[in-house]
Design a protein around this ligand. Structure first.
Ligand SMILES: NC(=O)c1ccc[n+]([C@@H]2O[C@H](COP(=O)([O-])OP(=O)(O)OC[C@H]3O[C@@H](n4cnc5c(N)ncnc54)[C@H](O)[C@@H]3O)[C@@H](O)[C@H]2O)c1
Length: 251
């Protein structure tokens, strides 16, 4: 049995993880941490701070906020709790903290826990290799409560493109007299509205032809399933930093 702590247990994704747990009989949530404490929760207690945690979880899944990272790192390092980090908005300094933590315990991090998006990423890499000289633009769409922009997934896609195309660089939105498009631009556009779960579209525009690759998330459940699979995967590791491609390819 894998004992699980859910960070951000009362948020949209935390609730989805709780709903999805019955499909994962080897994983049992023992407690949660959230700004909104809920000690009367029938499933398990939700504490407002890591210092209140009495249980001894094996793995934590974080769907709270990158602002919570320092507390997560301190708690995991001290208690050797393995981490599945799903919050988005990580800067370089945050990624460095995660790398240090991965030397003390096993850490899995992905800005997108869905299988489909990770296949999209592979398709994008193939397209970049094949469609030399095509202009690349990324459009991401999310619900009106999303706090960070562009999405972690759009950043992940842009990072993958940059490893394959020399000089490629992001341009966020465009406004005013910006001049003609530089061939190395990766245009990134963030749409926010309604209840859109998450859409990512990568456009390769060439001379008189366009290739568009698109992933559409229809239910947050796909991210919860991915996070719980990652919890099962990371529970078997001692230390190290892992991502979706490690899990998909069984490394
Ligand atoms: N990796 C993925 O596949 C994936 C998918 C969906 C969402 N996300 C990310 O997960 C995060 C949460 O998304 P959501 O839609 O559930 O948001 P949400 O706002 O609905 O929920 C976040 C929860 O975390 C809690 N929280 C926020 N800051 C906290 C802190 N410092 N300490 C403790 N609890 C804190 C909030 O009280 C809230 O209950 C975001 O960063 C989002 O971008 C990632």
């Amino acid at each position: 049995m894998i004992k699980l702590l859910i960070v951000g247990a009362n948020g949209k994704m935390g609730k989805k993880v709780r709903e999805t747990l019955p499909s994962f009989p080897l994983v049992k949530a023992v407690c949660g941490v959230d700004l909104k404490e809920d000690l009367s929760c029938p499933d398990f207690p939700v504490y407002s701070d890591f210092s209140m945690v009495k249980e001894s979880p094996d793995v934590l899944i974080d769907f709270s906020s990158v602002k919570n990272l320092d507390k997560i790192v301190a708690y995991s390092a001290e208690n050797k709790v393995k981490c599945v980090l799903c919050a988005t908005g990580y800067e370089k300094a945050d990624k460095d903290k995660v790398l240090s933590l991965s030397k003390e315990t096993a850490v899995f991090r992905s800005a997108n826990m869905s299988l489909g998006v990770n296949v999209l990423l592979e398709l994008v890499k193939n397209a970049v290799k094949s469609l030399d000289g095509f202009d690349i633009e990324i459009i991401e769409k999310h619900h009106n409560e999303k706090k960070d922009a562009p999405s972690g997934t759009a950043v992940m896609i842009a990072d993958a493109i940059k490893t394959l195309r020399d000089g490629a660089h992001e341009v966020y939105g465009r406004e005013g007299l910006v001049g003609a498009r530089d061939k190395n631009e990766i245009g990134i556009h963030a749409v926010r509205g309604g209840t859109i779960v998450g859409e990512h579209e990568v456009i390769f525009a060439g001379n008189n032809e366009i290739v568009t690759l698109k992933h559409e998330a229809l239910d947050r459940k796909i991210f919860a399933v991915g996070a719980l699979k990652a919890a099962e995967y990371i529970a078997k590791k001692e230390t190290g930093l892992y991502d979706m491609s490690d899990m998909i390819n069984g490394r």
